[in-house]
Design a protein around this ligand. Structure first.
Ligand code: ADP
Ligand code: ASP
Ligand code: MG
Length: 422
């Protein structure tokens, strides 16, 4: 009885939809999104919608902060940035009201999103979905501000750039939604950024593992933490275009749904990231515990380190190089400088770098990918500064100004161009 009742109330279950900045860039865009939501609702879905800030609002607010202060407080930056998504959800609710759709907008804190960690890179610690559930029960479309949650102090925190994807997938997990739809300005995940490689192909289905690696390596189309949450809670993610309703997009799902034949394509895609700086500690005394002395102070400051290379080890002295994002460069350089001097060495830094990666679970246990990558970059005359490899990716650090050439060349050499057989 109870079951039948619930089925009648929610014949098709809950779907979480997320609309990115370019999808809500102007009043016209917001009205178009309202139309899409109305159509989905007519199809019988219970909808929770997550929206990003309009267009480049977050960038504009960050610039403003830099104009009024040389060192704006991270707490105040989050207070400011959170207003971006708050604007779009309120506007979207109004546009839905105009269409006669009962909708209500909520900030992250109002929606029960709890966060912890550092301002500017908060992580979702808990979701209390009671209010959302009640509103859905009343037949409303619930619109939640992405990229934000409330910390233990009652302050709003943002989740790191691109974090609205993570809000959406986390909500889908907490609500037991059927799927999470990510609407953006491209119609899916491609074998390389389609803005750089015109011949890139849309990937119809991709595993969480491959998508996670692509996202961590810089494929901006999905926030990496969103993919990890999807994998953890089994939320199927559909990446779709806000503008092209015909395209089936990309489904991100468990490995069992992705073809496992040995002959399947081994490389999923070529990914790049231009937010890279390198720091080198030259001539430092090395021995057991040295790496911990270098990296513990960085971890304590919440700085993520990526590619790490220790080289030139001779008579107890070595060079240690690693990469960080540009935002962390100054702080990481100063922290590493102190350690370098204490160990009898010096520090040096280089900005203007990029990473380019070849990613694919099919590379597992098949040798030769790194060599193929080096030879492709070599024949293009692109210098390789650092290398890191794992079972499912090879990454080279190169000068940022060569990154587009590198991506195009690798896309061609790894035979990812448009083909007939897919
Ligand atoms: P949104 O504002 O909707 O969150 P983003 O700008 O964060 O959108 O992400 C979409 C962008 O990701 C695309 O415009 C595209 O340029 C970029 N992108 C990078 N790599 C890829 C890829 N492999 N496939 C698709 N898009 C990619
Ligand atoms: N508005 C935020 C950003 O620009 C979050 C997001 O769009 O996902 O990074
Ligand atoms: Mg995004």
């Amino acid at each position: 009885m109870e079951r039948r009742h619930r089925q009648r109330e929610r014949p098709l279950g809950i779907v979480v939809q997320k609309y990115g900045g370019s999808s809500v860039a102007t009043a016209e865009h917001i009205k178009a999104v309202a139309g899409k939501i109305q159509r989905a609702r007519k199809a019988g879905l219970d909808l929770v919608v997550v929206a990003s800030a309009m267009g480049k609002t977050t960038d504009r607010l960050l610039r403003l902060a830099g104009e009024v202060s040389s060192d704006p407080s991270p707490r105040e930056i989050d207070q400011l940035l959170a207003t971006g998504e708050e604007q779009s959800v309120a506007l979207l609710a109004m546009a839905l009201h105009d269409r006669g759709v009962p909708a209500v907008s909520l900030t992250g804190p109002q929606a029960g999103m709890r966060a912890t960690g550092r301002y500017g890179s908060g992580v979702i610690s808990e979701i209390r979905p009671g209010r959302i559930r009640r509103l859905l029960g009343e037949g409303r479309v619930v619109i939640v501000a992405g990229f934000q949650g409330m910390n233990a102090l009652g302050d709003v925190m943002t989740l790191g750039r691109g974090g609205s994807d993570t809000t959406a997938v986390a909500l889908a997990a907490a609500l037991g939604a059927d799927r999470c739809e990510i609407y953006t300005d491209v119609d899916g995940v491609y074998t390389a950024d389609p803005r750089i490689v015109p011949g890139a192909r849309r990937i119809p289905v991709i595993s969480y593992a491959e998508m996670s690696e692509m996202a961590w390596r810089g494929a901006k189309v999905m926030h990496p933490r969103a993919v990890e949450l999807g994998a953890l809670y089994g939320v199927e993610i559909h990446v779709l275009s806000s503008f092209d309703e015909e395209s089936p997009g990309t489904i991100i799902t468990g490995g069992e749904k992705v073809e496992h034949l040995e002959t399947r394509e081994t490389v999923a895609g070529i990914v790049h990231d231009t937010d890279v700086a390198r720091i080198t500690l030259n001539g430092v005394r090395t021995g057991p515990g040295t790496l911990s002395k270098v990296f513990t102070p960085l971890a304590e400051r919440g700085i993520s380190v990526d590619v790490i290379v220790e080289s030139g080890i001779k008579e107890g002295v070595a060079d240690i190089a690693f990469t960080v994002s540009r935002a962390d460069f100054a702080e990481a350089r100063s922290a590493a400088g102190k350690v370098a001097r204490a160990l009898g060495g010096s520090v040096e830094g280089e900005e203007g770098l990029a990473k380019v990666s070849v990613v694919g679970t099919g590379m597992l246990n098949r040798p030769g990918y790194a060599a193929r990558m080096f030879s492709a970059l070599g024949s293009e005359g692109i210098p390789i500064r650092m290398v890191s490899t794992s079972e499912i990716q090879v990454t080279c650090v190169i000068p940022a100004e060569r990154v587009q050439e590198a991506v195009r060349r690798l896309h061609r050499d790894f035979e990812l161009e448009e083909r007939e057989d897919v």
